[in-house]
Write a protein that binds this ligand. Structure first.
Ligand SMILES: NC(=O)C1=CN([C@@H]2O[C@H](COP(=O)(O)OP(=O)(O)OC[C@H]3O[C@@H](n4cnc5c(N)ncnc54)[C@H](O)[C@@H]3O)[C@@H](O)[C@H]2O)[C@@H](O)CC1
Ligand SMILES: Nc1ncnc2c1ncn2[C@@H]1O[C@H](COP(=O)(O)OP(=O)(O)O)[C@@H](O)[C@H]1O
Ligand SMILES: [K+]
Length: 475
C-alpha cells in the first residue's frame, strides 16, 4: 500500500526532522537518492549527458546537488537557473565547481533533444500550481523534445495535494521524498508523473501526532488479495453471503441483471433478485443460480437503474430497516438526504451524482474530489465510493481516503457501475467493512480490465475469476 501525505504533513515532519539532524542532511539524502536514480536511468557515466533545470528553492537545490554528483562521476552536465539570480547558492556552487556548464534559457531549450536526460528541479512542494512564462516554455520544449525527464519530488507545475493536470512538466520518472504526493496517484495529474520512486529521507510520522496520518492509501493488488474473503472447508452459501438485489426497472432491466453478474462472478454465496418482476425474470434467464423468492439477505444492492421509480423512498427505508449493510447506487442516491445512514451503508456516486448530492457543480467535485468525498461521508454519515478514473473511498470522520488499484479507461462504459455494485454487494454480504468492500470491488474491476481485451461489463465480470485466481494463487 502506497501511503500519501499532504504538503502540510510533510512540512511538519520535515520541521521535526530538521530539529534532530545536521543542517543539510535531509537535502543530502534526497539528492543522493536522486543521483542514484539518474545514474540507473542513464545506464553509465561515460559520454552521457544531462540538462539540469534548477528553480529558486530547495527543489532546485536537490537537482543541483545531484547534478554535482553526476558531473563529478564524468557525466557531461549543463545547468540552467530558471529564475535568474534566485538559485540554491550552495547547490549552484557545488554543481558548477564539479564541472557543469551554465546555460541561459535559449541554450537550455536548444540542448533538449540532444541530451540523454532532463532533470526537472524547477518547483517542488513550494510551487504555485500551473507553470507560466519561462517555466512553461521549458516544460513544453522538454515534452516536445521527447527526451526523458526525471522530475524532482513532483513534475513542476502540479499541485502536490491535488488531482488536476495543471500546465506542468511531464515526467518519465518522479523521484519523490518522504512520502508519495496526491498528484502522483490521482488522475489526471498522475499520468504526468511517470514511474514513482518514493525515497525514505527519515521522516517520523508518529512524531507529529494527527498530522502524521496519510491523506490517501493507494491500494495495490497484494492488498486486495490480503482482504479478499476466501471460502474454506467450513464455508456454505450463507457464510459466503447472500446478496439481495433491488436494482433495475421496466425501463432499465439490464441494470439489475448486471448487478447480479457482478455479484455472481465475484463469488457470492447466493443472489436474491427481489426487485421488479421483469428484472427477476431477465436475471434468472442470464444466471440460473439466482433465486427470486424472498428470504435471508446479508447485504443489499439498491438503486442502480431504478429510473424515477415512484416508491423508491419507501423501498429504501424498508430495506434500511432490516439493519444489514446496504449499497445505494445511481437513482437510489436521490433519496439519501431523506434517510438516516451509518458507516456500514455504502454510497457509490460518480462525480455528477456526488455533485447533485452536495448541491455543487460537477466541475467543483472534479477540481477537489478529496474535499467533496469527505464532505459527503461526514454529511450523510455513510461510507462513500466516488467512481471514475480514480476511485476513492471515504469513511465518515476518517482523515485517510482509500484509493482503489487504478485501471484503464475501457471501463468507462454504461453498465460498469452496475456490475461494480454487484461485486461490492457480494463483499458486503461476505462481511467486509464497507470501505474494504468498496476498494476491493473497484480494484477487482480495474485489475480485470487491465488484463483483458476491451469487453462489455457482463463479459468483463465473467473474467473476474481469472483475476482472482491470479491474485489469490492456491488459496
Ligand atoms: N524542506 C526539506 O526538508 C526538504 C525539501 N526538499 C526539497 O525541497 C522542496 C521544497 O522546497 P521549497 O520550499 O524551497 O520550495 P520549491 O523549491 O518547491 O519552490 C519554492 C520557491 O519557488 C517560488 N515559486 C513557487 N512557484 C513559483 C512560480 N510559479 N514562479 C516563480 N516562483 C515560484 C516560491 O516563492 C519559492 O521561493 C521539495 O519539493 C523537495 O524537492 C528535499 O531537499 C528534502 C528536504
Ligand atoms: N475515465 C475512466 N477510467 C476508468 N474507468 C472509468 C472511467 N470513468 C468511469 N469509469 C468506470 O465506470 C464506472 C462508473 O460507472 P457509472 O457511471 O456508475 O456507470 P453505470 O451507471 O452506467 O453502470 C466505474 O466503475 C468506473 O470504474
Ligand atoms: K520538480
Amino acid at each position: 500500500m502506497l501511503l500519501v501525505h499532504s504538503v502540510e504533513s510533510i512540512r511538519a515532519a520535515e520541521e521535526e526532522a530538521f530539529a534532530r539532524t545536521e543542517a543539510g542532511e535531509l537535502m543530502e539524502r534526497a539528492s543522493d537518492a536522486l543521483a542514484t536514480s539518474l545514474l540507473r536511468d542513464l545506464g553509465h557515466t561515460d559520454g552521457t549527458t544531462l540538462l539540469v533545470l534548477a528553480g529558486p528553492g530547495n527543489n532546485g537545490g536537490d537537482a543541483l546537488w545531484a547534478g554535482a554528483r553526476l558531473a563529478g562521476r564524468g557525466v557531461r552536465v549543463w545547468v540552467h537557473a530558471v529564475v535568474p539570480g534566485r538559485v540554491h547558492p550552495a547547490g549552484w556552487a557545488a554543481c558548477t565547481e564539479a564541472g557543469a556548464t551554465s546555460v541561459d534559457l535559449e541554450g537550455a531549450i536548444s540542448l533538449m533533444g540532444r541530451v540523454d536526460r532532463i532533470v526537472d528541479g524547477v518547483f517542488g512542494i513550494g510551487g504555485h500550481p500551473g507553470l507560466t512564462g519561462e517555466g512553461l516554455r521549458l516544460a513544453e520544449a522538454a515534452e516536445r523534445s521527447g527526451t526523458p525527464v526525471t522530475s524532482v519530488d513532483l513534475p513542476s507545475g502540479l499541485a502536490a495535494d491535488g488531482a488536476a493536470a495543471h500546465p506542468s512538466f511531464r515526467a518519465e520518472r518522479t523521484v519523490t521524498f518522504g512520502s508519495a504526493k496526491a498528484c502522483q496517484v490521482l488522475q489526471p495529474a498522475a499520468e504526468r508523473c511517470g514511474e514513482i520512486d518514493v525515497v525514505d529521507i527519515g521522516l517520523h510520522w508518529e512524531a507529529i501526532g494527527e498530522l502524521g496520518a496519510p491523506i490517501l492509501r493507494q491500494w495495490e493488488a497484494a492488498d486486495v488479495a490480503a482482504r479478499w474473503p476466501v471460502p474454506t472447508c467450513r464455508s456454505d452459501k450463507y457464510s459466503r453471503g447472500v446478496v439481495g438485489v433491488d436494482a433495475g426497472s421496466a425501463t432499465y432491466p439490464g441494470a439489475g441483471v448486471l448487478v447480479a453478474y457482478g455479484a455472481a462472478y465475484a463469488g457470492t454465496g447466493m443472489i436474491r433478485s427481489l426487485g421488479a418482476a421483469e428484472v427477476a425474470r431477465a436475471t434468472l434467464a442470464a444466471i440460473p443460480s439466482v433465486v427470486t423468492a424472498p428470504g435471508r439477505v446479508q447485504a443489499w444492492v439498491v438503486g442502480s437503474g431504478w429510473g424515477d421509480r415512484h416508491d423508491g423512498a419507501i423501498r429504501l427505508a424498508e430495506i434500511l430497516d432490516q439493519e444489514v449493510p446496504v449499497l445505494i447506487d445511481a437513482d437510489g442516491l436521490r433519496h439519501v438526504p431523506d434517510v438516516t445512514l451509518s458507516p456500514e451503508h455504502l454510497l457509490t456516486p460518480h462525480a455528477g451524482e456526488l455533485a447533485r448530492l452536495l448541491q455543487v457543480s460537477r466541475a467543483e467535485v472534479e477540481e477537489d474530489p478529496l474535499g467533496h468525498i469527505h464532505r459527503a461521508a461526514d454529511l450523510f454519515g455513510a461510507t462513500v465510493l466516488l467512481k471514475g478514473a480514480t476511485q476513492y473511498v471515504a469513511t465518515p470522520w476518517e482523515r485517510t481516503v482509500d484509493v482503489a488499484v487504478p485501471g484503464p479507461g475501457w471501463t468507462a462504459q454504461a453498465g460498469s457501475g452496475d456490475t461494480l455494485s454487484g461485486v461490492c454487494g457480494s463483499l458486503l454480504a461476505a462481511g467486509l467493512p464497507a470501505a474494504e468492500a468498496a476498494v476491493c470491488g473497484a480494484s477487482l474491476q480495474a485489475l480485470t480490465a487491465a488484463a483483458e481485451p476491451p469487453l462489455p461489463p457482463h463479459a468483463l465480470a465473467q473474467r473476474f475469476g481469472v483475476t482472482l485466481r491470479g491474485l489469490l494463487g492456491d488459496r
